[in-house]
Structures are given as structure tokens and as C-alpha cells.
Ligand binder design. Sequence first.
Ligand code: GLA
Length: 671
Amino acid sequence: MTAPARPFEHDGIAFGCDYNPEQWTTDVWDEDIRLMGEAGVDLVAVNIFGWSHIEPREGEYDFRALDDIIGRLHAAGIRVNLGTGTASPPAWLARRHPEILPMAEDGTRRFPGGRQAWCPSSPVFRAAALRLVEAVAGRYGDHPAVALWHVSNELGCHNALCHCDESAAAFRRWLEARYVTLDALNAAWGTAFWSQTYGEWDEILPPRATISTRNPGQMLDFHRFSSDELLAYYRAEADAIRPLSTVPITTNFMVTAHIENLDYWSWAGDMDIVANDHYLDHRLADPNAELAFAADLSRGLGGGAPWILMEHSTGAVNWQPLNKPKTPGEIIRNSLTHVARGADGVCFFQWRASVQGSEKFHSAMLPHAGTDSAVWREVVELGGIIGRIGELAGSRVEAQVALVFSWESWWATQTESRPSQSLGYLDQVHAAYGALHALGLTVDVVAPGADLSVYSLVVVPGLHLIRQSEATVLTDWIAAGGSAVVTFYSGIVDQDDRVWTGGYTGPLRDALGVRVEEFAPVAAGETLRLSDGATSTLWSERSHVTTAVAEASFVDGPSAGSPAITRNAWGRGTAWYVATLLEADALRALLGRVAAEAGVRPPAAVRGGDGALEIVRRRGADASYLFVVNHGDAAAVAEASGFELITGMPVAGDVDVPGGAVRIIREEAAA
Ligand code: GLA
């Protein structure tokens, strides 16, 4: 990745929040700004949902309140992360132009009354939004408080896939640009199947609800189109800002568990700094591992450059089936885990808890209970820590391991007809990442086809869709001496969702030394036994080794006798293949063994901690910083020497990390 056109510069690690002053009277603003000072907040996002306030009627702007709040923040020394205000259209726009409203796949429109009710392809919406952006950027583009532009908000959170006629026309234009001829499109989508051949471009629709399953090639391209369409929208806002302001521009990504619609690999290069929103997902087995994964992926999107955690929570969210508060110390541990993994900014949604609206039960920095609360005290404590660790801003995370992640594989895996409805792409990613996380290994998340030369170990979970060129990068890297672990359902289809024939794993087959003939998934709850004593679930396959050695085979189940774990010498390297979902302990043991053989180690030796530690090193120009986060109750000791930034104490040899604590050691030069 090239250096951002406009670097985001900040004194230390930014500490901030979304702030929605529209919800409060000006006497509350005074208290807010005073308390922001008490907490050490220095970057505040405003005007994210500002549209109906600053343009109450079409073409009539009223910036008095926004002028006032930006002026007050500036006077208090707080920098502004300025929303363009377009995240949610005002009621007058939807009333006058109902055609901007998004359409679900069943052809029904979604009404206003929530948020983000706009079609990404609507020219009417875009024109209205860009008029607003020009007005906002014209007014505040060179305001000294403005440090960052916050385009819209979580683009595609609700409206990524629109099926209206406007979207259909835009989809056709996108397809014509991609395929040029209908013959090429028909070939790519395999429309010979079920008499789906198109004779005119106008016959093509978005994948609206059908009476049977839909064309998977069409659905894959609709995902690509929808991601590109919102990126084009982002670019239009950024293009409107650029002539009016020299301030860096970004938008907040949603690199979290369940948001799959945007291929951020194609977006990231447009951001002056990558920004991500992350919320712990308590539906997952290991929310902390998923947090670490999301942070590593956010860093990966920027090619390793520092990024900003634009939103997370001080406690419960309001959108999971059960919304849990954080445990004591968890706000600090979560925040510093993001920093350990490359964040140079820690911001929350939101500053003051709303008392009305859909998010009134969402936590905030200043909770309903006020300042006499554990949340507020921990926020203030965190602000103090952020203030003390500013020197590490700009440093970069060191990793020996890469994990290959692909939104295209996510889309292609979760097509309507698949070998098992229980097969989920993220489940495999989380299983592999979770094992590496439990081993204390630092992981860079990379795109398929990325340069792997700096890594010692590459893990490829369920990379269902793979181009020949991407496979070649991986297999050449293995041949040159690398160690790779590939897991099942990798190498199944090409970029058009066309099956690689001759035995799965297609273009990875020779390097893996295994030929898979048939998938044999197993029912939920069914456990498979392997010859090495391990167990597994979900998946087996009927295969045989060609050049690989079977390290374990299926003892029972539909693939009894077939290899389950194989190892193949490929050139000067080693290619492992795992044909089932290993139980967590077995996967950890396997990856631990491969990592040790490849010379991969955790960043520091630790004792104790009961497996609940995260250890990451960031390296700067003048010093390196070792982070040790103790998520558990058991005390731990890390081997490090230097100066501990949180306690402000020199450390030599052993650093105590009590249960629940975080330690950040500026290491002596020898590290
Ligand atoms: C997202 C949005 C915020 C808010 C939070 C709640 O991150 O950007 O406006 O809705 O979710 O968790």
C-alpha cells in the first residue's frame, strides 16, 4: 500500500467518541465538554446524524448549533472528527423522493423511520447528499478544530444490498463494464444451467427472491457490485470534500463478526487512515479472540499502518439477543488490545448515553448513572493510561504468521446450496485464528495473493474461492521454504464460482499432495474420531494422499480410512492440510507444532496466566513496546526489561501482570 495522501497526525494516541449534541440542550454541552476534559478526550465525532438539523428543509441550511459546538470543542482543545452528516436522510427527502428508499430482495421497500434508508445507486439521494457535503466542507473545511473527515457512517450497515430498479440498472452497467459481452457473462455465471441464458442486458436483474435457489455466480457478482457501488459513493463524498479541505478523510469500517457485504480489501486504499468499529460479540465462543482478529484485520487493511478504533463500547450494546455489560477492567483491556494490535486511536460509541431513541439502552462513556459509576471511573482511568502511552503512536506490530482472509470466499462459501448449511466461512476463520491466538502468536491478516515473503507460517482457513494467480503465490512461497496450513473447503471454485475439477483442492492440490474426491459433511452433534486420538466435527472428506504423508486418518464416519491431517514436502517447504474441523485443543496442538517447526514464537516468554494472555510487540523507530494483556484471574509473569508505561516503573527481567491487568513495557534496545 502506498502512503496515505493525507496522513492523520495526532499528538499521541487519540481518545474520543461519537458525540450527538443534537440530543441535548446547551447547558448539557457545557457539562459534556468539562467532563471530556476530565476524561482526557481529545477527538470527538460530531454531525454524523446531523442532516435534518443542518438542512431542516431542502436547500435551507442552519449551521448555528454546529458552529457553536465545534467552536466550544475547539476552545477546549478538543479536535473534531467531522461527520459529513449524510448517514441518515431527513424525512423531507424520503417524502419528496420515495424512490431513494432501499428495496429488499422480495421487492418491498423499506420505509423511513429507522436510519440509513437510502439506495446506494440512487442518483437523487447522491445529489442531495453531495450538496450537503459541499455545504459542510465549504463551511468547516479549514476550521482549525477539524482533524478528520468522517464520511457518512458505517456505509452498508443496513443498506448494502438494494434490489430496486435503479440498483438493477446500475448492476447491469457494472456487469457490462466487467464482461463487455453477454457471452462472457453467460459463461461466467454458468447460465447454460436451468435455461438461464441472457440474450439482452435488460433481462438481467439483481438476485431478487426467486421460487427456487438462485444463480450463485449472479449472487457473487451482486456482492461485488454492491461493495463497489458503496465504495463509489464513498469516493463521491471524498471527491466533494477534497477541493474544500486538506484534512484527511476516512469512514468507519465494520470489521466484525457478522458484517459481510463490503470487500474492504478493495476499499482500504481509498482511506487516508483505516478506521474500524468493533463490538464484542457474546454469541461467539471466544469474543476476545474475535476482537483480536478484527484488530489484526483492521491493521492488515492498511498494510500494517496504524489505524483508528472509531467505535467500541464501554459496556452493553443494544443489538444482540443478550446484551452484557463489561466486567471490571474490561474496557481498559479491550481498548489496549486494540492499541497492542496497531490502533493509534481509541474511540467509543458514544459520549453520553441517550435517554430516547433506539439506542437508549446502549452503553456510553458517560452512562445514565452519571459520573458516580464504575463505567465513568474506568473511562477516566483509561484516559489517563492513553495519555501516558502516547510515545508508542506510529509504531508497528511485528508478526511472523499470516492468515489469509477473503470476503469473496465468505460470499462464495455461504451460497444458498452448499454441502452443509452448517458450513460457515467465519467459523473456520475463527477456529484457525482462535488457535493461533491461544498459542500467543501474533498474526497479520492478509488478502489472497498478498506477498508472503516476510512470514514464516501462513494459515489458510477455508479459502473456498481462489484464483490461479493467488494459489501460485501461496504454492511458490511454500516451495521457497514456507510452512502453510490449509483447511478444508479451500481451493474449490475459481473467481466465477466455477468448480476446479480433477479433485479438490484445485490449484492447491499438488502442493498439498492430497486428492479429495468427495465431501462428506456430518450432522451437528456428530463427532468423528481420528487415528491420532483427536476428535473433530462438521466435515470429513473422501480423499487419498498422492505425495503427502497422512499424519492422522478418519477412524469412523463417512470417510473412515481417508486422511484427515496431511503433511507434504513441497519444494523446500511444507504444506499441511486439515480435512475436518478439529476440536479446539487438537487444532491448537497442530498449529503449535507447525509453528514451532517453522521457528515461530510468541513475542515474549510468560509464566502463569492460565492461557488467558495476549502478548504483542509494536516496534517504533526508537523503541519497541511489549503489550501483555491478562484477560483472566490468574497472575502471570512476563520476561521483559525496560520501563512499564502504565505503572510508570522500571522493570528488569520479570514483569508481574496481575489477573485482569495490562502491562506495556518500553523495552531496552536489545529486545
Ligand atoms: C454502530 C453505529 C453507531 C451505533 C453503534 C451501536 O457502530 O455506527 O451509530 O449505532 O453501532 O453499537
